[in-house]
Structure formats: structure tokens, C-alpha cells
Design a protein around this ligand. Sequence first.
Ligand SMILES: Cc1ncc(COP(=O)(O)O)c(C=O)c1O
Length: 416
Amino acid sequence: MTAPTDRIRARALALRSAELPAYLYDLAALRGHAARIRAALPAPVELYYAAKANPEPEILAALRPYVDGYEVSSGGELAHVGTSVPGAPLAFGGPGKTPAEIAEALDLGVERFHVESVYELRMLAGLAARHGGDRRVAVLPRFNLPVGGGALDGSSLAMGGRPTPFGMDPGQADEVVALLTDGTYPQLELRGVHAHLASGLEAPEQLAVAESVVTWAVRLAGRHRVPLAEVTVGGGMAVDYAAPERRFDWAAYGTGLARLAAAHPGLTLRIEPGRALTAYCGWYATEVLDVKHSHGEEFAVVRGGTHHLRTPATKGHDQPCTVLPSDEPWPHPWPRSAARGDRVTLTGQLCTPKDVLSRDVPAPGLRAGDRVVFGVAGAYAWNISHHDFLMHPRPGFHFLDSPGGRAEGSVEDGAA
Ligand SMILES: Cc1ncc(COP(=O)(O)O)c(C=O)c1O
């Protein structure tokens, strides 16, 4: 289980019932985590944060010293990240970009476009002629590449290596390179290649992906005798919700990327993780409202639910959690409900059997009023949830920090 840091634990216990549920973020722990990731990566590797994982302005700002830029995937993210971390380099990706979004990105001077189709390339060229000014717009076409050796087989969320709407088929690569280098679109510059093939991959699989994307891109550029400045190999570093103390092996990944970079001097490699950067710095804190017995099993209904923390419902896991027993006296004249057994399933307030946060949690004697803090809730949690279903109140948001905003502690070991 990912235990809350001291700072998170104290706040979860200090909040009044009416102030729960609440998202609690430990920014100092986030900085420490990001600093360790940055230190594991060799110099020729750029680190972009995929803002879709958690675009809270405080999170974006805390990451700024450790990342080279941000990957955004919509006009909304573009505008939001642009104001939250002014001046930070942005790469604009995502399928189905509209002309208005592209024009806005050009007006804002976005550094890089991850282009998802030939149609989008032609649209970008047309708009760049009007909105791009004198500069050449840097393009990294996104390709949906096959990867051998079963590297994508373990992914829970594959976007490449199989038929998907993401990126371009490798069969279109020669046409795309020609369009970008034969004078057809002088306002565009072929800067490199982008791929994001899957999420949930461990370091050896990520390295196989990186190697295969880079090899393919270098061959493509060589065939056309054009320079290749950058290759983005995507995000998707694994977060294990079933064993959250097991972490992505950034050291092994960094060593492998250093070898790859050394084999291609002058080439900038870029990664764009989301989940593995921010998942561990967020907790969803709530309290038990009621404990019930049903057909031989026990259920604790907590304030809130999957309309705030949808991650366990979308990924089908049990959200790691910690019970913080309340030592407040029971304030009501009616009896306090409590678990009779050792194992309790934690559910939310929604009228659907899918509103399950964690099954069979060891929680002997769990009582109404006890606090429960769900960990690994810093990525794809609040921002992917269906907030308005049943119209319950929204959670509070607390961004906890060290004095002076230092990077400290370790979300790996739960200290802060
Ligand atoms: C293009 C792209 N890059 C990066 C990411 C980040 O992936 P993860 O959060 O799994 O690291 C995603 C996630 O969907 C993505 O679509």
C-alpha cells in the first residue's frame, strides 16, 4: 500500500467531515520524485510531462524545474498549460485537432506539432501559411509502428503496433517525408518522428520500444537523405496499482537510453510520461459514512466515490488505500456502524454497483467516521472522472508543500 506522507496523514485527520472528500497533493514529494527521475536520465534525453495525466496548475508549476516542456493534447490543455507555466516549451499532439485549435497553437508559437495524419499535415500547412509568421513550424509526424518481440503485449492500453486511430500507418512515411522536404510545404520543417505506442510498460519493454522507434526513424531519414534532429519515444511508464511500492526502474531505463543516445550522436531523444510522474503525489481522502452487511460480505460506503476517483473503475483495479481510525468520540445519538469481520469492500455514494473503490480491504473493525486515504491518486484520477453524475459536492483540493517549496522526501517510501 502507498502510505500517505506525514503531511498528508496530518491533513486527512485534521479536515472536518464536511471538508471531505478532498484531494491532497504533496508537492515536496512530487519535486523529490521528479528530481530523481531527471537525475536518472542522460543529458541527451528531454523530459516532457504529458499534462493530460494531471493538469492542476500547482502540479504543472512544481514540475517546471525538472522537465524540458509539456505535451498537450487539445486546445484546452494548450491554453491552460500556456497560462499555468508561461514560456514553457509545448508539444501539441492528439488526434482530431480542429482548424481553430491549430490556428491558436500557431498564434501562441507552440514549438512542436505532433501530426497525426496526412490530412492534418495539409491542414497545418495551410494554416501555418496564414498564422505561422516567418518561422518554419517544427513537425514530428506521429507513426503507429509495430514493435517486435512482444514488447507491447503487457500493455493495458496500447495505442500502436495494432490497428488504432492514433498516428499514421508506417506505409505513409515516405509520402509524409516527401511532402515535408520536397518544397511542397516550405513553411513546415521535418524536425523528427513521434511515437507513443502504449501505456503500462516496464523498463525493458520501454527500451525495446525506444530502440525500435529510433532505428526505424533513422532508417527513414537515411532513405530520404534528410536530417533527423529529434525522436520522441512516448510515455507509458508503468504504474503498478496492485503493488504500488514496486516502481518503474528509471535507473535501468536511463542507462538503456544513454546507450541508445550514444549510438546516435547529435540526436535528441525525448520521453513524455504522465502517470509515472504524478500518480504517487496525490491522495483522495474521505471518511466512512456507513458500514453494511450484505449476503455474507461487508461494505463501507465512503463520502464521494468513483465520480471523483474514476481510476479503479476504468482500470479495473482496487485502489491502494490506508485506513486512519478516528479517535473522535461518536457525536450522534444513534449507534455507530462498524465492521464485524476483517475484510471490507469500500464503495462510494453512487447508485451503481460499479462505484467500487477497493475490494476486500483488510480493515478489521472499520467504523463510521474513520478516515480512508486512497493513494496513487495523482494521475488520471479527478480529471478523468464523471464529476456531475448524481450531483454530489465536489471534493476540496489541497496542495501541501515544504517550507520554501523544497524537493524532499520520497513518495517511494512514504516519507515526506
Ligand atoms: C501521446 C501521448 N503521450 C504521452 C502519454 C502519457 O502516457 P502515460 O500517462 O501512460 O505516461 C499519453 C497518454 O495517453 C499519450 O496519448
